[in-house]
Ligand binder design. Structure first.
Ligand SMILES: [Fe+2]
Ligand SMILES: [Fe+2]
Length: 197
């Protein structure tokens, strides 16, 4: 039986959006500012590289799902989110080979977890995740100062390190897309650090 991709995408989005809008560690902005941004960057890169857009979109929507649903799962959220994606997508009779591919993307999406990214879709998801930190500056300030509770200079130091790691995790084509934003963010953070001296 042929599956209905648009229906699956819509319903899976609703599930993740609903979890995001409930009380969660990242705050209710995680859907609007993180997941949507990762999806947008994935779509732009996916078109450029002629990637499997279904795999890429579903992986982007689901990549952090477990950590949003339950923060206790965050340390291994790449594994749990992959498993939850499989569980969800099986219910829609989504093809197993595509589910495996989505899992590969989600398992390897974190910069801090050394795992080889084999497919272009996995490489794109990891880049899009990193790019979202660079383009969604307001959300990153929220994370730094409200969620982590850093002071101004301390937070600027932390966020600068995070953005530098995100930048190095981004593939060359992605870097071109976010270079201007990256420069602005680093400039603002450097100013905060200089003012401290
Ligand atoms: Fe993640
Ligand atoms: Fe993420």
């Amino acid at each position: 039986m042929k599956y209905n991709y648009q229906k699956i995408k819509r319903e899976v989005s609703l599930i993740v959006e609903k979890a995001s809008k409930q009380n969660n560690h990242f705050g209710i902005g995680v859907w609007d500012y993180h997941i949507q941004a990762v999806l947008r960057h994935s779509q732009t890169l996916g078109k450029k590289f002629k990637a499997d857009m279904e795999v890429l979109e579903l992986a982007a929507i689901l990549h952090d799902y477990s950590g949003i649903k339950d923060y206790k799962l965050y340390p291994k959220h790449h594994i749990h989110s992959g498993e939850m994606a499989e569980e969800l997508l099986k219910k829609y009779k989504y093809p197993q080979e595509k589910i495996e591919h989505i899992k590969e993307c989600i398992f390897s999406h974190r910069g801090s977890v050394k795992m080889k990214r084999q497919s272009i879709e996995a490489k794109i998801l990891a880049s899009a995740d990193a790019m979202s930190h660079i383009t969604e500056t307001a959300d990153m300030f929220h994370l730094t100062y409200n969620i982590h509770g850093y002071g101004i200079a301390e937070g600027a130091e932390w966020l600068k390190g995070k953005l530098q790691r995100s930048w190095s995790k981004t593939m060359p084509t992605g870097k071109e897309m976010v270079r201007a934003d990256y420069k602005i963010a680093i400039k603002i953070l450097n100013r905060a650090l200089e003012n401290k001296k």
